[in-house]
Design a protein around this ligand. Structure first.
Ligand code: FAD
Length: 388
């Protein structure tokens, strides 16, 4: 994508508006100040509380170990005007104006970091999703011993919620449409090697859900799973709806180049809402992980300050998940057709997965192998034999 031109931003008086109140926003504001941007920064956040960290929501917060997860975001120190409970509802790049439910806000440069929202299942029955601190605190209250908890989706969120629910003494069922847990992100073979961790949970794979009704989860085959608590962990959608008619190009997320620039001058996008070009894959990718939302701020800030030049952001992707007492760490990006080599424990459980194509390492996954992470990360893109 070729970004249209826009001159350097006035570093003393230019007005940066950031839409969104999460990790990407917090990091972007910090980087802008570190780069000596002295102009006004206005942050428009739909949430009622300042930016906080989301990964602990499905881990320490659900487990009852933490009640809050604030991110470093000192408005006084940053000199930022943080407008909470303010939702952007439209954008007019022609007049450089963001429309919000509390009136119009003019900008000289704009960053979009509106993240993503969980997909909800059809039906009138109560269902939890997990994206906000309130979501986590609300769900935690219901994870009591003996509660019948049905989790829909055995992906990252489903596995982490299952971990917390099992520890809380709930009776846990997890329904997954794929053939194995984590099939989506890891594929069937590596996903199957995580099965031993699900002991004590009624894991029903290759099972489709039709709807969530007041009496429980209705399956596609007509069966009903009675439930006290239903949790949907079936993915998220980037928050792009408010940009309809703005001219900002979207696919699933907002399309940007490797410098986080949209096709509209002066407008960047980063974090879970962005679908950034990657030379590694030759495609626009939705990354949707903490590390990328955090590190993209450097390139996004540079593009806001000088549209014409700045660093590219196309790192080897990294994410982690804490589930069933284990830490999983993944680096790279594999294709389903890649070669896969697995290391397992005696009971067949996953220890390490290595994906490669034509002898080149495409991705690595380690279970409780943090000490190997840096080596693996630097090895991606090189000969797979380096990890032997
Ligand atoms: P968000 O953090 O979603 O922030 C977006 C903000 O924009 C929100 O405050 C939202 O209210 C606001 N907003 C949306 N629309 C509007 C609007 N129209 N106007 C104004 N404001 C708006 N990643 C990992 O790598 N490892 C993990 O273990 C992990 N665990 C996770 C666990 C949970 C429960 C969740 C939800 C996510 C997890 N992630 C994990 C993903 C990681 O947290 C995200 O990648 C990261 O939070 C993305 O940051 P963001 O700023 O782009 O979006």
């Amino acid at each position: 994508m070729s970004a249209a031109t826009s001159g350097p931003l006035d570093r003393e008086n230019g007005h940066v508006v950031v839409v969104g109140g999460g990790l990407a926003t917090a990091r972007l504001c910090t980087v802008l100040r570190r780069k000596k941007f002295a102009g006004p920064i206005t942050v428009l956040s739909a949430e009622a509380v300042p930016p906080y960290d989301r990964p602990p929501l499905s881990k320490a917060v659900l487990a009852g170990d933490r009640d809050e997860t604030p991110l470093p975001f000192d408005t006084a120190k940053l000199g930022a005007d943080l407008r909470l409970s303010t939702r952007a509802i439209g954008l007019d790049p022609g007049t450089r104006t963001v429309r919000t439910d509390a009136g119009d806000v003019a900008y000289d440069a704009l960053a979009i970091a509106t993240g993503a929202s969980p997909v909800r299942l059809p039906g009138d029955g109560p269902q939890h999703t997990l994206r906000t601190l309130d979501d986590a605190l609300g769900l935690r209250k219901e994870l009591v011993p003996g509660a019948r908890v049905v989790i829909v989706g055995a992906g990252w969120i489903g596995a982490e919620v299952a971990t917390a629910a099992r520890s809380a003494g709930c009776r846990v069922t997890c329904v997954e449409v794929g053939p194995e847990p984590l099939t989506g992100p890891l594929g069937e073979v590596a996903g199957a090697a995580t099965r031993p961790w699900w002991a004590g949970i009624d894991l029903r794979t290759a099972t489709a859900v039709r709807s969530v009704e007041p009496d429980g989860v209705h399956l596609a085959d007509g069966a009903v799973l009675p439930a006290d608590v239903v949790v949907s962990g079936v993915g998220v959608r980037p928050e792009t709806g408010w940009l309809a008619g703005s001219g900002i190009a979207t696919d699933r997320g907002i399309l940007t180049d490797t410098r986080c620039r949209t096709g509209v001058p002066g407008v960047v996008a980063l974090g879970d809402v962005a679908q950034r070009w990657s030379a590694h894959t030759g495609s626009h990718r939705l990354v949707e992980h903490w590390d990328d939302a955090s590190t993209a701020a450097t390139a996004a800030a540079a593009s806001l300050l000088d549209w014409e030049q700045g660093p590219e952001h196309d790192p080897v992707p990294y994410f982690w998940s804490d589930q069933f007492g284990r830490k999983l760490q993944y680096v790279g990006a594999h294709h389903p057709a890649d070669d896969l080599a697995l290391d397992r424990t005696g009971d067949g459980a996953l220890v390490r997965a290595i994906w490669s194509r034509d002898g080149v390492l495409t991705a690595w996954l380690g279970v409780d192998r943090s000490k190997d992470l840096v080596t693996a990360r630097t090895a991606v893109g090189g000969p797979v034999s380096a990890l032997a």
